[in-house]
Design a protein around this ligand. Structure first.
Ligand code: CU
Length: 300
């Protein structure tokens, strides 16, 4: 594993130790509580989204759940100042186009118009909790599954983050490993460190110039990177190759460049999984997985 990742891990440990000292020494017990203990509860299904209308900003934790056995995806978006959510949704709809140029232009526009603050892919068996710093202001919770099926009728809820807890990312629980979304000469890639247990928390950081998600899809034991490469080459060629996936995706939604979130799955079974990103590339409009953004991990 790279020196760069090692030094990040070492720094994270050092910062956590310092923060622990600060929290123990603090006089206000309310601030000492981890935001993971008081998450913003979001449930959603074909009938809509249930979520609070407001919550404290700063270091916030979201717990996302559904009773939809087929799985659903929720995305958090915050338009930049002067951009309407309708404009962002219009361009997001373009990003799902089967025409490469339209998809590429759509996703480029979305990256420039809004902050993508993650979200979650969940099933009736697996819910996800993710934690990140979000400054006060409005955030939109979008049912991305419903949106892909019918972009003309977005299912969405606005959440107002009011004030700030004063907590920083260093006060989140310790992460057990990391996933870095990064640009390499050959294309966008996942780099993992210590991602080996289904139930632990992982820090996901997007250090690439584009938007990325982290889908975790189960594959049959023995599935190789080469199997995935052949599968996605078939997709890119317009064929319908046999899917290597044995179940629906779970994982973390789309993050903007230079953003991080800590994610923990609940109910995920041990086994072999493919990390994949289906966000379209900004030049060609192919999903990043087609460009090689896939990685097999085995979780205990
Ligand atoms: Cu990607």
């Amino acid at each position: 594993m790279s020196q760069q990742l090692r030094s990040r891990a070492t720094r994270a440990v050092a910062v956590s130790a310092l923060t622990l000292t600060a929290v123990v020494g603090a006089t206000c017990p309310a601030n000492a509580a981890s935001p993971e203990d008081h998450p913003i509860e979001v449930t959603f299904n074909a009938a809509g989204i249930q979520a609070p209308e407001s919550h404290q900003g700063g270091l916030v934790s979201f717990r996302i759940a559904t009773d939809d056995a087929a799985g659903r995806q929720l995305q958090l978006l915050r338009p930049h100042a002067g951009v309407t959510i309708d404009k962002v949704l219009h361009d997001l709809a373009d990003s799902f186009s089967v025409t490469g140029g339209t998809a590429a232009a759509g996703i480029r526009a979305v990256r420039g118009e809004a902050e993508a603050l993650g979200g979650a892919m969940v099933t009736s068996a697996v819910h996800e909790q993710f934690t990140e710093e979000v400054a006060p202001g409005a955030v939109y919770l979008l049912d991305l599954t419903a949106f892909q099926a019918d972009p003309a009728h977005p299912v969405m809820k606005r959440l107002d983050l009011v004030g700030t807890s004063g907590q920083s990312a260093n006060q989140a629980r310790f992460d057990d490993g990391m996933v870095i979304e990064r640009d390499e000469a050959a294309g966008p890639r996942f780099q993992t460190e210590d991602m080996d247990h289904a139930h632990l928390a992982y820090l996901v950081h997007n250090e690439s110039a584009e938007l990325h998600e982290l889908q975790l899809r189960p594959v049959a034991p023995g599935t190789t990177e080469e199997d995935l490469r052949i599968y996605y080459a078939g997709i890119a060629a317009g064929r319908q190759p046999k899917s290597p996936f044995t179940g629906p995706a779970t994982g973390l939604g789309v993050l903007s460049p230079d953003h991080s979130a800590s994610i923990q799955a609940h109910g995920l079974q041990p086994g072999s999984y493919a990390l994949i990103c289906t966000v379209p590339d900004e030049r060609l409009g192919f999903m990043h997985a087609v460009l090689g953004m896939h990685r097999i991990v085995t979780l205990q």
